[in-house]
Design a protein around this ligand. Structure first.
Ligand code: CA
Length: 474
């Protein structure tokens, strides 16, 4: 019943049908239901947060650092019953522990970083989910950014410094630059949520904070890096150095972590062409590394080296949205080619069919979305950025009972490029679909080709959402 909600047909690369359904299966394994039913058949659970029994639902075993990216967006599109339960569960955890969860297993676990619970709430809200008390949700979100929880992964580690300096300083806080970048995105999520419920003042304050990613971008070298509390860059800098101010990655992976403002990042880098070349250089750079503060080769490093795609480390989460960023830079064809290469080279339906940690379905959900031909680069925007569909046909059975059909005619191993697109029979030039366009049902007809169409998706209106106003470039 679950797998059947997405039907794919017409392989253009051998064995991708079993790979697709293996990925979809794994994307649906988590989160785990942590509730049962009482004698009146009402949901009831033991809370790992306050040790009491409550009416309602509780979900667990989910690291939002991984799953905010595309697992939860997949639920909002096709499996709304999971999203509805998760939203209630988030508020229940806040009620019982004073904080939103970030890595539940089954209670607060001290694991990973960020305030990605805010992404889940805002993304669901922007896509029309309303089964939570908005005021209570906003209170929980604000609290998550203004206090440290019972463990450092919950609430906001380094919040005083972040709000005072506009970044988390190093080495006062471990993984400080990764935290800064993720907090800035969370602040954008909070602002977006606040704005949508009419809390303009809070929205304004947090949209400002969401620009804090700028504080760690060094225009001299074009990378995100670490600063100390006096505002000085931490020396020496090595883009290939893992750990320290970064989380399971290096600057090559975190420099792209500005989901909500790719335009702002592009302007910092010096324009679309410069940023596009920087993305290219991630693939052409040697796959060398310095294991930094880890002190040994962590498996994420070993995976990057084994993939042999330069500094591109698809085996771990921080960089998994990066290829899609070409769509913001008026070069969507580069995304189409590289996404197809990743799908065909790095995934298979065999015991070694994953290129790294599967991580609660995130590496799988990346494939599911990418095989359909789009991906939620910035959860909270209700936009899906285009890639290159892997099958000749895909049919989504939507919660409303309607269907959204994706037809990729002339699709083949070589024909990875989008020549032209029709949405419900009309020419479609944008590099993104909206949630509404998909869930309303309809037909998305792509004509594929072996040569890039460099005239499609290159106007300002075709580029996906960014907070910073887009500028026309010569
Ligand atoms: Ca991982």
């Amino acid at each position: 019943e679950k797998l059947g909600r997405i039907r794919v047909e017409g392989e253009v690369f051998p064995n991708t049908l079993p790979t697709f359904y293996s990925c979809l299966y794994r994307a649906l394994l988590f989160p785990r239901k942590f509730f049962e039913y009482d004698e009146q058949n009402q949901p009831i659970y033991y809370s790992p947060y306050d040790g009491k029994v409550h009416k309602g639902v509780m979900y667990t075993d989910n690291g939002f650092w991984d799953t905010f990216r595309s697992v939860h967006p997949l639920f909002t599109m096709i499996y709304p019953e999971i999203t509805e339960g998760v939203l209630q569960s988030l508020i229940n955890v806040y009620n019982e522990s004073g904080f939103l969860p970030e890595w539940a297993s089954p209670g607060h676990r001290n694991c990973m970083i960020g305030n990605n619970s805010l992404s889940l709430i805002t993304d669901a809200w922007q896509k029309g989910f309303r089964n939570i008390d908005a005021k209570r949700a906003l209170e929980a979100m604000l609290n998550q950014t203004q206090a440290q929880g019972p463990v450092s992964s919950v609430g906001r580690n380094g919040y005083e410094a972040y709000h005072m300096l506009g970044y988390v300083p190093y080495p006062d806080y471990f993984e400080s630059s990764a935290k800064t970048l993720e907090y800035a995105y969370a602040d954008w999520c909070l602002a977006t949520f606040a704005k949508s419920i009419g809390e303009e003042k809070i929205a304004e304050e947090y949209f400002q904070k969401a620009q804090n990613y700028r504080n760690l971008f060094d225009p001299q070298i074009g990378f995100m890096r670490a600063k100390n509390k006096r505002g000085e860059w931490i020396e020496p800098f090595e883009a290939t150095e893992w750990g320290g101010p970064f989380t399971e990655g290096c600057s090559w992976h975190y420099t792209w972590s500005v989901f909500h403002d790719v335009e702002g990042l592009a302007q910092l880098m010096g324009g679309y062409e410069v940023m596009s070349q920087r993305l290219d250089s991630m693939f052409s750079a040697p796959n060398t590394f310095n294991y930094g503060t880890y002190g040994f080769v962590i498996h994420e490093i070993a995976e990057m080296v084994a993939l042999n795609m330069g500094q591109y480390a698809h085996g771990n989460q921080p960089v998994q949205h990066a290829i899609y960023l070409y769509n913001y830079l008026k070069q969507p064809w580069k995304a189409q080619q590289r996404i197809r290469e990743v799908m065909c080279r790095l995934y298979s339906a065999t015991p070694d069919g994953y290129c790294g940690d599967e991580d609660n379905g995130q590496t799988s959900a990346w494939y599911v979305f990418s095989a359909l031909g789009f991906y939620p680069v910035c959860p909270g925007t209700a936009e899906y950025v285009l890639g290159s569909p892997l099958f000749q046909k895909a049919t989504l059975t939507l919660p409303s009972g309607k269907t959204f059909e994706i037809n990729a005619s002339n699709n083949s191993l070589e024909n990875v490029y989008i020549k032209h697109v029709l949405l419900n029979g009309k020419t479609f030039e944008h590099n993104y679909l909206t949630h509404k366009q998909i869930v309303s049902g309809g037909k998305f007809d792509l004509k594929m080709s072996n040569t890039p169409n460099k005239k499609r998706g290159v106007e300002i209106d075709d580029l996906p959402y960014s907070y910073t106003e887009k500028k026309l470039e010569k």
